[in-house]
Structures are given as structure tokens and as C-alpha cells.
Design a protein around this ligand. Structure first.
Ligand SMILES: NC(=O)c1ccc[n+]([C@@H]2O[C@H](COP(=O)([O-])OP(=O)(O)OC[C@H]3O[C@@H](n4cnc5c(N)ncnc54)[C@H](O)[C@@H]3O)[C@@H](O)[C@H]2O)c1
Length: 359
């Protein structure tokens, strides 16, 4: 991977990723390491077994701090120890269904966790750029057919989506009160938020997500059960939003408060497909007579398709999605076949990163 990417801003830079033991966090830490950053992490142990963090040995390329984002004292101590220059906040309870089972914990982690982190950043005085990662689900869903823009109101029906809307509001309050762009000269901190869609890729083993559920069933020769076959989701390869986050952090770090606002990072319209199409396509790519069936059990409410308008990121950051849905699904099938074959998962993952940047 060429270090001229992102104008070489990450070379030797201290970057703290919260949620580094998770699916997106592991990919991000590997990218940052390849870009020459000093990578630090703060999170609970990997949320799944297996996990990309363990399988790709991510712990050996970074300084991994294991701790709860709700533990303010430990978080503060870690920040004083690390003194990061850039912070990317991804530690969260990220699942809609889990949020129905555990609403209080979801709000504690996703809302108070964000408050704890921003408060600790205020104390430590080393951070120049902060990115708070939320989701497309943070918007008040009005069942519109057009894309949601960054200035649309926050909402969220289920506790997960709502907690991420709250996390956005927390970020807005800290930006207004402590990191105000009009006083950037005094504090020198630029704080932005990023809203991405349904992120998919090799190395995700979370429960209640379509692709991990699919891979789990298929690898033991079972028929894949799908819920909500006609639900359309903004699927995108994990490298797409992560590249958006890194592009945004580069601007926050180098150019400051002009970019300290909310940003959408979603796929092209043509790649927003329904669950049935995605499952049929992966079955075809997987081969070996892979099959699926529809799970007819009643399901908890999940928001209908909420489309992101990404014109701002395209125009102002020059960020555009690179891989269409077919390329994305093929890369996931290849990754999982390599995993099953016992290949070196660090190398497999790095090769996909290199291929993405060569596209
Ligand atoms: N995967 C997606 O489709 C998607 C889409 C949009 C946004 N996001 C957001 O991206 C981020 C990462 O998601 P992911 O898919 O990698 O999830 P994941 O479950 O794989 O990882 C979550 C990470 O957060 C950590 N974590 C959870 N609770 C914690 C706590 N109390 N204290 C400290 N760390 C804690 C976990 O240890 C893990 O490192 C989340 O903020 C999520 O809301 C994910």
C-alpha cells in the first residue's frame, strides 16, 4: 500500500481506535499500520469467537488496551498514557436485535461511552482530530425514497439506532461547547461524525447479520435461513467507509475545523439490493449447491431501507465507492474460502486491502 495515500498524514502519527478488537476495528488497525501509523486501541476483548482480531494477529501490530468504554477512570488513564493525535471512536454495542434484548446496556455503551471518551479527550489535550462513527440508522426514518442528507433530523426506532442518534447529538454538543469551529484557534480540535450503511466483509462473525449467518450455515452444510427477504439495505464493503473515515480524518488533522461536521458514506444506488438478491448471489458464488430458505417466524421491527445521500463526501472529500456489490460479494466468498482452507488470514486480508487501493 503506497504511503502517498491520504497525503502520508498517518506516517508516524499516534492514532487511537476504540473498538479495535471488532470487525471494522481490526480492518482499520491493519490499514493504519500499513500506512505507517502508531496504532493504539481501547476496547473489550473481541466480541466473537473466531474473530478477525485474533485470526489476523492484529494485536501484534499495535498497542491493544483492553477496557470498558464505561470505565471512565481507565479510559482517562489510557488516554494520558497514549496521548493520541487522532481518535476514531467505534466501540459500541452495534446490533439492532441485541439492543431489543438489552436496551439499557446499549444506551450506556453507545451514549455514555461517547460522553466518557469526549470528556477524557478534553482532559488529555493531545488530540487534534476526532471521528465519531455512527450509522445510517441514526436518522429519523420517514420512509422516503430519496437519500437522507447530513442535515436531516436524528431519530432511530429501536434502541441501537436511537442510541447512535443520541451519540450524534452528544458529538454536536461537545463540538458546540468545547470544540467549536469558530474558536478552532483556541482549542485546535476538529470533531466530525460518520454515518455508514450495512458494512460487510471477511472477518465478521457477529450474530444476527446476514453474511455471517450465511457463512456459518454454509460451512456446516446447512440451508441458510433468511429473514425479511425483500428488505433493501445499503451494503458496502468494509474498506469503503473505512477509506471514507481515513480521508475525513486526514482533512480534520491537516485542515481543521472546516470539516468538523457530519458525513455520509454509503454505496451507489445500484448496489442497494434486497436480502434475497444478496443471498442468491452469494449462493451462486459459493457453489457446492449452496441453498437458502425463508425464515417465516415473526421478526422484531427493523427500519425499512434508508438511503444515504453521499454527494457531500464525493464533492468535498473526493471519496467515492470503488467496489460494486458483485466485487464485494466475491471478495467475501474468497476471504471465507481462504479462512476455511486454513490460509494465513493476515496475508489474505492485507492482499484485499492492497487490491482495493490498486482499483
Ligand atoms: N458493521 C456494520 O454494518 C456497521 C454499520 C454502521 C456503523 N457501524 C458502527 O461501526 C462500529 C464498529 O462496528 P463493528 O461491526 O465492527 O462491531 P463489532 O461488534 O465487531 O465491534 C465492536 C467493538 O466495540 C467494542 N466494545 C463493545 N462494547 C464495549 C464496551 N462497553 N467498552 C469498550 N469496547 C466495547 C468491542 O470489544 C469491539 O471491539 C460501531 O460503532 C457500529 O455501530 C457498523
Amino acid at each position: 500500500m503506497k504511503n502517498s495515500l491520504f497525503n502520508n498524514i498517518y506516517q508516524g502519527r499516534k492514532v487511537l481506535v476504540t473498538g479495535h478488537t471488532g470487525f471494522k476495528g481490526s480492518w482499520l488497525c491493519l490499514m493504519l499500520h500499513k500506512l505507517g501509523a502508531e496504532v493504539y486501541g481501547y476496547a473489550l476483548p473481541p466480541p466473537t469467537n473466531p474473530s478477525l482480531f485474533v485470526e489476523a494477529n492484529i494485536g501484534e501490530i499495535m498497542a491493544s488496551h483492553i477496557g470498558d468504554i464505561r470505565d471512565y477512570e481507565l479510559l482517562l488513564k489510557t488516554l494520558f498514557e497514549v496521548r493520541p493525535e487522532i481518535v476514531i471512536h467505534m466501540a459500541a454495542q452495534p446490533l439492532v436485535r441485541e439492543s431489543y434484548r438489552n436496551p439499557r446496556e446499549t444506551f450506556e455503551i453507545n451514549v455514555m461511552g461517547t460522553v466518557n471518551l469526549f470528556d477524557a479527550i478534553l482532559q488529555v489535550n493531545s488530540v487534534k482530530a476526532i471521528l465519531n462513527v455512527t450509522t445510517d440508522k441514526c436518522y429519523e426514518n420517514r420512509e422516503w425514497h430519496w437519500g437522507y442528507r447530513e442535515n436531516e433530523p436524528m431519530g432511530g426506532y429501536d434502541p441501537y439506532s436511537n442510541s447512535k442518534g443520541c451519540s450524534e447529538l452528544v458529538a454536536a454538543s461537545f463540538r458546540n461547547s468545547f470544540f467549536n469551529p469558530s474558536k478552532y484557534g483556541d482549542h485546535g480540535v476538529a470533531l466530525a461524525t460518520a454515518r455508514a450503511g450495512n458494512v460487510i466483509g471477511g472477518g465478521d462473525w457477529a450474530n444476527d447479520r446476514l453474511i455471517p449467518d450465511f457463512i456459518r450455515s454454509i460451512s456446516i452444510g446447512e440451508k441458510v435461513k433468511i429473514r425479511s427477504p425483500y428488505a433493501i439495505r445499503p451494503w458496502q464493503h468494509v474498506l469503503e467507509p473505512l477509506t471514507g473515515y481515513l480521508t475525513l480524518c486526514e482533512k480534520l488533522f491537516a485542515e481543521g475545523s472546516a470539516f468538523a461536521e457530519a458525513w455520509n458514506f454509503g454505496p451507489e444506488d445500484k448496489d442497494a439490493k434486497n436480502v434475497e438478491w444478496i443471498t442468491q448471489t452469494i449462493c451462486k458464488l459459493w457453489g457446492n449447491n449452496a441453498e437458502f430458505e425463508i425464515d417465516k417466524k415473526p421478526q422484531p421491527h427493523e427500519a425499512n431501507y434508508l438511503k444515504l445521500d453521499c454527494s457531500k463526501a464525493k464533492a468535498e472529500l473526493g471519496w467515492v465507492p470503488k467496489w460494486d456489490i458483485e466485487t464485494t460479494l466475491k471478495s467475501i466468498v474468497d476471504w471465507n474460502k481462504s479462512f476455511i482452507a486454513g490460509d494465513n488470514i493476515r496475508i489474505v486480508t492485507e492482499n484485499q486491502i492492497d487490491r482495493y487501493f490498486a482499483t
